[in-house]
Write a protein that binds this ligand. Structure first.
Ligand code: ADP
Length: 515
């Protein structure tokens, strides 16, 4: 019975039951019959009937029910066990399939990798040689499998002991990572590679070989070398250029020093010249004023003291003396302007009124050309030095008369122009060649004409005009056509723009440039 309960084989158990169950039933009936023979001998038939009913009608069916129930339970257990076993088997099969799939994938990756993947045994003999290795080294697998990997190690690296060094590294650390070295392909072509070697172990953890992965880095290394070379060249060039620059800077500094010295010298000379010119002019002005006064007195004298010839000669002396006086005045003006000693006294005044006044003076003198008066009316006031503006006008009209044929009209006009008033002096004279237009405002510049000797002048008038106009915040320019005439214009600021300035503002002409 113990065996029956311990046994897991259902069939064996059922066979056992088939054999012993009828015997057990028979034994139980026998025991009951024997017992009832002795124990129920004296009981009534009714009790006997109930005792039989209990034994055969209740205990019998109960025993049959338990037995069948027990069989059903065992059958169920067995079916469950079979199903579990089948499920476990299916899972195992699936796991095996997956492992195989991964293996195939890995093999495909290894075989098609662009890197060379080489399997070596413990002695360094090539076992596997993938497609990447074929492409990189030009050998197909059949050519190299079974040979030592020295076949791709350059001879000079072999003699330097690289193979032994790699073996030592593997023994010591079990791997070599990102070792940059050189290998030789079929035909002698050199390949620079990045080598990673790892040992392969079996299930018992014994080293059974090595995997070597080589990446071709020839292009990258060559590019790096080229960059290094370029850098080197660049550095050399920078050093050269720096040296050149230093030399040039030194040279420049030396020249600068020389220039500064020369400039200093020139400044001194200039100051000396200005002082000299100013002194001479002053010295000339006083006697000239006396000469002029005396001649005027002589010419004003009446009576028969001088005949006609004397008067003509006195007239010539007077004209020449007046020229000399103008020259001296011009030079004095220039030296004052350049020394910053000319003081301007700006004020608001009517420019048309000033033009009228200057024209009046010229007409009193008996100018050889008719002067047309301004047509402008109601012009706003300008803010400028009245005397200096008169000087500018006088100079421009003087030039217009000088460079126009006798009788040709000269127009003086003015017009408002934004924040300025521009004054124009137009003549119908000889005009100015285009290339001279800019230069005529320079100091001592005269246009080189064939008849230049006939026109008296020193090339100072326009220079002084320009400096005076610019010092008052204006500009001067000219439009001219040779043979047709010229129009000189200069601008002066409107009074409204500077009204807030203190009255009687005195300004010095200190603008740069020496013409
Ligand atoms: P200059 O004393 O020679 O007149 P300016 O400085 O006044 O000196 O003038 C410089 C030069 O400009 C003159 O030599 C002359 O050739 C030229 N010039 C000036 N004004 C006129 C003009 N209205 N018509 C033609 N040329 C002129």
């Amino acid at each position: 019975m113990t065996w029956f309960l311990a046994s897991k084989d259902l069939r064996a158990r059922l066979l056992w039951l088939r054999r012993y169950l009828p015997i057990a039933v028979f034994a139980m009936v026998l025991v009951y019959q024997v017992l009832s023979l002795f124990l129920l001998r004296d009981v009534s038939d009714i009790l006997h009937f109930f005792a039989d009913l209990t034994a055969y009608g209740v205990l019998g069916p109960l025993a049959a029910w338990f037995t069948i129930d027990w069989i059903i339970q065992r059958v169920d257990e067995r079916e469950l066990a079979v199903a579990a076993k089948a499920q476990a088997e299916t899972q195992r099969q699936r796991a095996i399939e997956m492992a195989r799939e991964q293996e195939r994938l890995l093999a495909a990756i290894c075989s098609n990798s662009a890197d060379a993947i080489i399997g070596l045994d413990n002695d360094g003999v090539i076992q596997t040689w993938n497609r990447g290795a074929e492409m990189m080294f030009g050998y197909v697998a059949e050519e190299v499998v079974g040979k030592h990997y020295r076949v791709i190690v350059p001879p000079e690296l072999q003699s330097r002991g690289e193979v032994e060094w790699l073996t030592a590294q593997m023994t010591q650390h079990g791997y070599v990572r990102n070792f940059e070295t050189e290998r030789v392909a079929k035909g002698g072509r050199r390949v620079i590679v990045d080598l990673t070697r790892t040992e392969i172990r079996n299930e018992e953890n014994q080293v059974i070989g090595f995997s070597a992965i080589l990446r071709d880095i020839t292009a990258r290394v060559q590019a790096e070398q080229a960059i290094q070379q370029l850098n080197l060249e660049l550095e050399t060039k920078v050093i050269e250029r720096t040296a050149q620059l230093a030399a040039a800077t030194e040279e420049l500094r030396r020249r600068n020093q020389e220039l500064e010295a020369a400039n200093e010298e020139l400044k001194k000379l200039d100051e000396l010249k200005s002082e000299f010119v100013s002194m001479v002019s002053h010295e000339l002005r006083a006697p000239l004023t006396n000469i002029n006064g005396s001649i005027e007195l002589l010419l004003a004298g009446t009576g028969a003291r001088y005949d006609l010839d004397h008067r003509e000669m006195l007239q010539i002396v007077s004209e020449q003396s007046a020229r000399l006086t103008r020259l001296v005045q011009g030079i004095l003006n220039v030296s004052r302007i350049e020394a910053g000693q000319l003081v301007l006294q700006p004020q608001a005044f009517n420019i048309v009124g000033l033009i009228e006044k200057v024209i009046d003076v010229w007409e009193t003198r008996g100018a050889a050309n008719p002067l047309e008066r301004p047509r402008a009316v109601n012009l706003p006031s300008v803010w400028a030095d009245r005397d200096r503006t008169e000087e500018i006008l006088f100079n421009l009209i003087d030039n217009a008369i000088k460079y126009s044929p006798e009788g040709a009209p000269i127009r003086v006009d003015a017009e408002a122009n934004g924040r300025f008033v521009s004054v124009s002096v137009s003549d119908r004279g000889i005009g100015i060649p285009e290339e001279e237009i800019e230069r005529i405002f320079e100091k001592f510049h005269r246009v080189d004409r064939k008849d230049a000797m006939e026109t008296y002048g020193h090339g100072l008038g326009l220079y002084i005009c320009r400096r005076l106009v610019e010092a008052q915040g204006g500009q001067i320019w000219v439009e001219s056509v040779v043979g047709e005439g010229s129009t000189f214009r200069f601008s002066l600021p409107l009074a409204g723009r500077v009204e807030m300035e203190p009255a009687g503002d005195a300004r010095r002409v200190t603008l740069g440039g020496r013409g």
